[in-house]
Ligand binder design. Structure first.
Ligand code: NAP
Length: 292
């Protein structure tokens, strides 16, 4: 049994995945725009993740673009049975690395085909519709038209499950009226807790919540409380941040990102960390203080 088995599993559509997974975005290179910093190291991180029992990897064809998916294919194809790859569509990259909404029928269909091709798959396990009404934050706007396109692609057998990313509670409700939603992937961590109510709502409905930037993203979390707690527990601040998320709600699935095998091992070892109740209270004070 690998150590991440200790954190249990949660459903992702008709799959059950371990609650500690891996987010592959950082492998694409600086600014998530290829080429990767160190291609060999990127392949090693992916292989190490799977060797340590990770069965849920988050990606997108717009990381690179194409680079992250191509690395995943090179490192891991043919895929081990039970490995769930989750991707996203809804954006494309400009020549300068900018993030551009790509919600038309043609763009979404092309994105699904690009993901299939670059990952070497015949069907995508989970496709998140990444909302782009505002690039960096959830913003209102109807998801009906793009979701109908994904439902059509699902009917064609190209997509197994549909999820949502960077969305508001109203958009989750709208999405659930249109199709089954397997997961919601929004920004959330110890310091950035705007989705508290949504997480609890989704937990009651048995829907996975996948926080992106679980460690703070491009500016990893920093707080004296977090550092003090970590020192007291003989852990690292990043491990405490991950253990807190695992404790926060049973429907949370983690996809911490790293381009380093050492950080990957450290992050997966968070499965062994238990947070006492007084530590949880202390960590509550970090919300809104640490950089996120
Ligand atoms: N849906 C969306 O809009 C969206 C947006 C962003 C991300 N995502 C997904 O969410 C995943 C996670 O997000 P993320 O990777 O951007 O952010 P993250 O997991 O919060 O943090 C990654 C950053 O933390 C550093 N890091 C990781 N482990 C560390 C450790 N043990 N000690 C010190 N530093 C550490 C990484 O640097 P090193 O490489 O040096 O370790 C990297 O700079 C992504 O991989 C992607 O799949 C989705």
């Amino acid at each position: 049994m690998s150590s991440i088995d200790q954190v249990g599993t949660f459903s992702l559509g008709d799959r059950r995945v371990k609650r500690l997974g891996y987010g592959a975005m950082q492998l694409a290179g600086p600014g998530v725009f290829g080429p990767p910093k160190d291609r060999g190291a990127a392949l090693a991180v992916l292989r190490e993740a799977v060797a340590r029992g990770v069965d849920h990897i988050d990606t997108s064809d717009f990381y690179g673009p194409h680079v992250t998916n191509q690395l995943i294919r090179e490192a891991l194809h043919p895929y081990r049975a039970g490995l769930t790859l989750v991707t996203k569509v809804g954006a494309r990259r400009g020549a300068d690395g900018s993030w551009i909404p790509a919600f038309s029928r043609e763009e979404l269909t092309q994105a699904v085909h690009d993901n299939l091709h670059n990952l070497g798959l015949e069907v995508l396990d989970v496709v998140n519709l990444r909302c782009m009404f505002s690039v960096h934050h959830p913003a209102e706007g109807s998801l009906e038209a793009p979701l109908r396109v994904l439902v059509d692609l699902q009917r064609q057998g190209l997509v197994r499950h549909i999820g949502l990313s960077n969305v508001t509670r109203a958009q989750v409700a709208e999405g659930r009226r249109i199709c089954a939603i397997a997961c919601v992937q929004n920004q959330y961590n110890l310091a950035h807790r705007g989705d508290d109510a949504l997480i609890d709502e989704l937990a009651r409905e048995g829907i996975a919540y996948v926080p992106f930037f679980p460690l703070g993203g491009f500016t990893p979390l920093q707080s004296s409380t977090l550092s003090e707690v970590a020192a007291r527990l003989g852990a690292t601040p990043m491990q405490v941040a991950l253990a807190w998320l695992l404790r926060r709600s049973p429907n949370i699935l983690l996809i911490p990102g790293t381009s380093s095998v050492a950080h990957l091992r450290e992050n997966l070892a968070a499965a062994e960390l238990r947070l006492p109740d007084d530590v949880l209270q202390a960590l509550d004070t970090v919300a809104g203080i640490a950089s996120a």
